[in-house]
Design a protein around this ligand. Structure first.
Ligand SMILES: Cc1cc2nc3c(=O)[nH]c(=O)nc-3n(C[C@H](O)[C@H](O)[C@H](O)COP(=O)(O)OP(=O)(O)OC[C@H]3O[C@@H](n4cnc5c(N)ncnc54)[C@H](O)[C@@H]3O)c2cc1C
Length: 390
C-alpha cells in the first residue's frame, strides 16, 4: 500500500512537472505540503509522536518510489525523516521529542542535518564549528556547507566541538550535537546555485555567528556528538540506498521503452546484443540493490546493528545507479544528450549519492576494513529494539 500510494503521488503529481522544476532550478515548497498530507514526512515515526508508525521497509519503499521520479524528492525523506527525525527519536529527550519531533512527523516543520563544512566532509572530525558554554546557553560559531534543504528547513541537527583540547587531538569525544532553529539570532542560510544535479532540490549553506543555543537543545550528552552523527548516517545511508535503487529502475524502464521504440539497421535497437547487455546489467543491479537495502531494513526493524549492511547497500546501489544512468544515456544516443528524455537528468542526479553519506572511496575503505577484520562493530545502541512491533 505504501509503495502504491507513493508511486501514485510521485507519478501523478510530480512526474508531469519535474522537467520544468529541474530546468528552473528551484525548490517547490508546495511538494512538502503534499508530502505532509500523504503522511510520508513522518512515515516511520511512531504514532505517539505524530508519525505513521510504519517500519523501515516502508521507508525504503517510499524512497525507491520517490527517486524513481526524481532524486530531489527522495532527498527530502533522507534529511527530514532519516537523518533528523529518526535521530531525534533515538537520542532526543522527551521534551525535545515533543517540541521538535512531533511537528516534524506531522509535516508542520521541516528538518535537516548539518555536519559538512567548507573544509571538512569525509573527515567529519575536521569540522571547525565551536560551541562555548556560557551560563545556560551555548554560543555557536561556524559554517556548514552542502546542506540539503538548508534554505528551506525550520529545524537543524548540527555538530560542533565543545572541547578545544580534544579538538586539537582529534579526539571525537569532544564533539557535541545540537538542535538549532531558523529564527535564532545569528543563524543565516543561503542556497547554492549551479549544481550538476538534484536541481529541483535545495542545497545550501548555514552560518552561525554567535548563535545562542539554549542548553536544553544539546542532543544527547556533551561529547556524544560524533556518535550521534554516525548513528544518523546509518539511517541516512539506508534511504540513499533505497533511492538509488529506484533510480536504477527508472533508468531500466526508460531504456527498455526506448529500445523498443528506436530502430537501427532495420530492427528495434533492443535486438542488438550490445544494447541488450546494458539493459541486462540494469535488471541484475536492480534486483541486487533491492535485496541489499531490504536486508538492511530488516535488520533495522529487528533493532540489530546494521552499519555494515546499510553501508554495503548504499555503496552498491549508488555505483549501480551511476552505471545505469550512463548506460541509459548511451542507449538513447543523441536523444539521451537532451532533456527531451529523462536519461540526462538521471545522469546528472546519480552523481551526488556517490559523494554524500560516505563517498565511494570511504565505502571501499570501510568494507576493506570489515573484510580484513580491522573493523568489528560492537553491538552498540542501534535502532529501536522493540519498535515498531511494540
Ligand atoms: C547534493 C549534496 C547534498 C548534500 N547534503 C548534505 C547534508 O544534507 N548534510 C551534510 O552534512 N552534508 C551534505 N552533503 C555533503 C557531503 O556529505 C560531503 O560532500 C561528503 O561527505 C564528501 O565530503 P567533501 O565533499 O568535503 O569531499 P572530501 O572529503 O574533501 O573528499 C574529496 C575526495 O577525496 C576522497 N577522499 C577523502 N578522504 C579519503 C581517504 N581517506 N581515502 C581516499 N579518498 C578519500 C573523497 O572520497 C572524495 O572523492 C551533501 C553533498 C552534496 C553534493
Amino acid at each position: 500500500m505504501v509503495e502504491k500510494m507513493v508511486r501514485d503521488f510521485a507519478g501523478k503529481e510530480i512526474a508531469p512537472r519535474i522537467k520544468d522544476l529541474d530546468r528552473a532550478q528551484t525548490f517547490d515548497r508546495n511538494i512538502l505540503k503534499q508530502m505532509a498530507e500523504l503522511g510520508i514526512l513522518g512515515i516511520c515515526v511512531p504514532e505517539k509522536y505524530g508519525g505513521g508508525g510504519m517500519d523501515y521497509i516502508s521507508l525504503g519503499l517510499a524512497c525507491e518510489e520517490l527517486e524513481y521520479v526524481d532524486t530531489s524528492l527522495r532527498v527530502i525523506l533522507s534529511v527530514h525523516v532519516a537523518l533528523n527525525s529518526l535521530t531525534l527519536l533515538t537520542w532526543g529527550s522527551e521534551e525535545q521529542k515533543q517540541k521538535y519531533l512531533v511537528p516534524q512527523a506531522k509535516g508542520e516543520k521541516i528538518a535537516t542535518y548539518a555536519l559538512t563544512e567548507p573544509n571538512a566532509g569525509s573527515d567529519a572530525v575536521g569540522i571547525q564549528t565551536y560551541a562555548k558554554l556560557e551560563g545556560d546557553r551555548y554560543i555557536l560559531n561556524g559554517e556548514k556547507m552542502w546542506i540539503s534543504l538548508a534554505d528551506v528547513a525550520d529545524n537543524f541537527i548540527t555538530f560542533a566541538w565543545t572541547d578545544r583540547e580534544k579538538q586539537k587531538k582529534r579526539d571525537h569525544s569532544g564533539m557535541s550535537a545540537f538542535i538549532v532553529e531558523r529564527g535564532m539570532k545569528g543563524l543565516n542560510t543561503a542556497t547554492i546555485h549551479g549544481k550538476l544535479g538534484i536541481r529541483a532540490g535545495n542545497t545550501g549553506s548555514i552560518s552561525f555567528s554567535d548563535v545562542e543555543v539554549p542548553r536544553e537543545n544539546l542532543l544527547g550528552k556533551e561529547g556524544e556528538g560524533f556518535k550521534i552523527a554516525m548513528f544518523a548516517i546509518d539511517q541516512g545511508r539506508y534511504t540513499v540506498a533505497a533511492g538509488a535503487t529506484g533510480l536504477v529502475r527508472a533508468c531500466l524502464d526508460a531504456s527498455v521503452k526506448y529500445a523498443h521504440e528506436r530502430q537501427a539497421f532495420g530492427v528495434e535497437i533492443g535486438h542488438h546484443q550490445l544494447i541488450k547487455e546494458m539493459i541486462a546489467g540494469m535488471a541484475r543491479d536492480y534486483d541486487a540493490a533491492r535485496l541489499l537495502w531490504m536486508r538492511a531494513g530488516w535488520l533495522k526493524n529487528q533493532g540489530m546493528r546494521n552499519t555494515r549492511e546499510t553501508a554495503l547497500a548504499k555503496w552498491f546501489a549508488c555505483d549501480a545507479s551511476e552505471r545505469a544512468a550512463a548506460d541509459a544515456v548511451q542507449i538513447h544516443g543523441a536523444y539521451g544528450y537532451s532533456d527531451e528524455y529523462p536519461a540526462e537528468r538521471f545522469y546528472r542526479n546519480c552523481k551526488g549519492a556517490v559523494i554524500y553519506e560516505g563517498a565511494r572511496e570511504i565505502q571501499k575503505l570501510l568494507h576493506g576494513d570489515y573484510a580484513l577484520g580491522y573493523r568489528k562493530d560492537k553491538p552498540l545502541r542501534c535502532s529501536l529494539p522493540s519498535w515498531p512491533f511494540e
